[in-house]
Ligand binder design. Structure first.
Ligand code: PLP
Length: 467
C-alpha cells in the first residue's frame, strides 16, 4: 500500500516530491539523531543492501561503509554464519525470557563465554538490548550496590564532557554532549561531568602529554573533593571516546585516573560499547589501556549488530550486593522482556566464534598500521588540524586555521560538507561536528583501506579547492 504523504498531515507536508519511498519516510518516520526541518527538504538516504564492507543505496550506488553503520557491523553486511545462527535458533526456540530463574541455552552459553574472555575477573553478565540499556543498568547497579552495602550517600556518578553513553534518561545524563541535554531537561541530578582528555585541543601551551594527564586527574580529584568523596559512587568512561569526536586518551591518563578512583573507593565502569571486541587490536580496550573496571558495558560488535543485544559485566563485590539486596526485597527488580533473548544471544555467540575462527583480532592487528598511516597522511591537507586514532578507529578534525587550531564558523558545516563529499566519492563516514570519523568493519582488507583513503583524499582535495 502506498501512502499519499500529503494526506497524512498537511501541516508537515514534505517538500520531497511525489509518492516515493522518500516522501513516505518524511511523512511517517521520526528519525533518531536527525534535523527534522532539514530532513523534510532532503528526505532520507535509503540503504537497500549490503555485501562485505559495502552497502548499496536505492540509486544503486555501492558505498564503503567506513563507519560500520554506527560503529557496529564488525563482520560486514553479509556474514552468512550469523544468518544461519539466527535461523537455527528461531526454529528451535524463537523467544523465551530469563525472569524469575527461567533460562535458555544461548543465554547461558553467551554469559559463560563472555566471562571467559573478560579482560579482568568478572562475576556475572546481565543482558539488555542496547548500549543505553547497558549503561543505564550500570547506573542502577551503582545505586543498588551502595544501598546494599550501607553507603546510601555514595550515589553520584562522574562521566566526562564529550563522553557518550547513550540516550535513555540516566545514560543521556552521563553523555556529555549538549545536544543530548538541551530541551530534554537533562542531566538529572547526581550525574557530574569532568574534563575531556583531548590533548591536542586542550593542553596548555608547552604542556607535555603526561603533564596534561596529571592535570586532568587532579581536576577529577578536585571535583570529588568538592562534592565530598562519600557522595561519589562511580566514574564511567569510554576507553576511546567515540561519538564525542574519537578522542584517544593521552599517555598515562587512565593510570592516573584509576589511582584517584581507588583512593576514594569509587567504582569504575568501562563503557566498551564501541571499543569492545577487537576495535583496538585486542579483544577489549581495557586490555589496550590497562583498565581495571568493576563493571563493563558492551553492545554493537557483540553481535556485529545483526541483532540488538548488549551486556553489563559486574564483578563479585557487586554481585554479592545484588544477591543480598534481592534476598531482602524478594527480587532483583530490574530486567527487560528481551534480556538474554535466545536468538540475539545465539547470534552473539556465533559472532564471538567467528572472531576466534577467522582470527579477526589478529587481522585487525595486521591492518591497523596501514589504516593509521593513511589516516596520519591526511595531515597534509591545510584544513586538517589533527588526525587521531588507535586500532581500526580514527578521525580527522577540520579547522579554519591549522596553526591556531581555530574552528570553522559555523561549527559543524565543514564536517558535514566533507562527509557529503566522501559520500560522493563512495565512502560513508560520520561527521561529529567538524570531526570526521572512521570505524570500518573489522574485516576490511588492506587493499580496501587504501581504496577508502584514496576516495577520502580525493574528496578532501575537491573540498579544499572549493573553499
Ligand atoms: N555507549 C557508547 C560508548 C556508545 O558509543 C553508544 C552508542 O553509540 C552507547 C553507549 C549507546 O548505545 P545504543 O545506541 O545502542 O543505545
Amino acid at each position: 500500500m502506498t501512502i499519499d504523504a500529503t494526506n497524512v498531515n498537511p501541516a508537515v507536508a514534505p517538500t520531497v516530491p511525489g509518492n516515493s519511498d522518500a516522501s513516505r519516510d518524511v511523512a511517517s518516520y521520526l528519525h533518531p539523531y536527525t534535523n527534522h526541518a532539514t530532513h523534510e527538504q532532503t528526505g532520507p538516504h535509503i540503504i537497500t543492501g549490503g555485501d562485505g564492507i559495502y552497502v548499496t543505496d536505492d540509486s544503486g550506488h555501492k558505498l564503503i561503509e567506513g563507519m560500520a553503520g554506527l560503529w557496529c557491523t564488525s563482520l560486514g553486511f553479509s556474514e552468512k554464519r550469523l544468518v544461519d545462527a539466527a535461523t537455527k535458533q528461531l526454529n528451535i526456540l524463537p523467544y523465551y525470557h530469563t525472569f524469575a530463574s527461567k533460562s535458555t541455552n544461548p543465554a547461558i552459553d553467551l554469559a559463560e563465554k563472555l566471562l571467559e574472555i573478560a579482560p579482568v575477573p568478572m562475576s556475572k553478565v546481565f543482558f539488555a538490548n542496547s548500549g543505553s540499556e547497558a549503561t543505564d543498568s550500570a547506573v542502577k547497579m551503582v545505586w543498588y550496590y551502595h544501598n546494599a552495602i550501607g553507603q546510601p550517600e555514595k550515589k553520584k556518578i562522574i562521566s566526562r564532557k564529550k563522553g557518550y553513553h547513550g540516550v535513555t534518561v540516566a545514560a543521556a545524563s552521563m553523555t556529555g554532549l549538549p545536544g543530548n541535554h538541551k530541551l530534554f531537561d537533562l542531566p538529572i541530578d547526581r550525574i557530574l561531568h569532568t574534563e575531556t582528555p583531548h590533548y591536542w585541543r586542550d593542553a596548555l601551551p608547552g604542556e607535555e602529554e603526561e603533564d596534561f594527564a596529571t592535570r586532568l586527574a587532579e581536576q577529577l580529584e578536585d571535583l570529588i573533593q568538592a562534592e565530598g568523596p562519600e557522595t561519589v559512587g562511580a566514574f564511567i568512561a569510554e576507553p576511546i571516546m567515540g561519538a564525542g569526536g574519537v578522542i584517544v586518551p593521552p599517555r598515562t591518563y587512565f593510570e592516573k585516573i584509576q589511582e584517584v578512583l581507588k583512593r576514594y573507593d569509587i567504582l569504575f565502569i568501562a563503557d566498551e560499547v564501541i571499543c569492545g571486541f577487537g576495535r583496538t587490536g585486542r579483544m577489549f580496550a581495557s586490555e589496550t589501556f590497562r583498565l581495571k573496571p568493576d563493571m563493563i558495558t558492551v553492545a554493537k560488535q557483540l553481535s556485529s549488530a545483526y541483532l540488538p543485544i548488549s551486556a553489563l559485566f559486574i564483578n563479585e563485590a557487586i554481585y554479592q550486593a545484588v544477591k543480598k539486596g534481592s534476598d531482602e526485597v524478594g527480587t532483583f527488580g530490574h530486567g527487560f522482556t528481551y534480556s538474554g533473548h535466545p536468538v540475539a544471544a545465539a547470534v552473539a555467540l556465533e559472532t564471538l566464534k567467528i572472531y576466534e575462527d577467522d582470527g579477526i583480532i589478529e587481522h585487525v592487528r595486521s591492518v591497523m598500521s596501514p589504516f593509521q598511516k593513511r589516516l596520519k597522511d591526511l595531515n597534509k591537507f591545510d584544513h586538517v588540524g589533527e588526525t587521531r586514532g588507535h586500532g581500526l578507529i580514527g578521525a580527522f578534525e577540520l579547522v579554519s586555521d591549522k596553526c591556531a587550531k581555530t574552528p570553522f564558523d559555523p561549527y559543524g558545516a565543514a564536517g558535514k560538507a566533507v562527509a557529503a563529499k566522501c559520500l560522493e566519492h563512495g565512502v560513508i563516514l560520520r561527521a561529529l561536528g567538524d570531526t570526521v570519523a572512521f570505524c570500518p568493519p573489522l574485516i576490511i582488507t588492506e587493499d580496501q583501506i587504501h581504496t577508502m583513503f584514496d576516495a577520502v583524499e580525493a574528496a578532501l582535495t575537491e573540498w579544499h579547492s572549493s573553499l
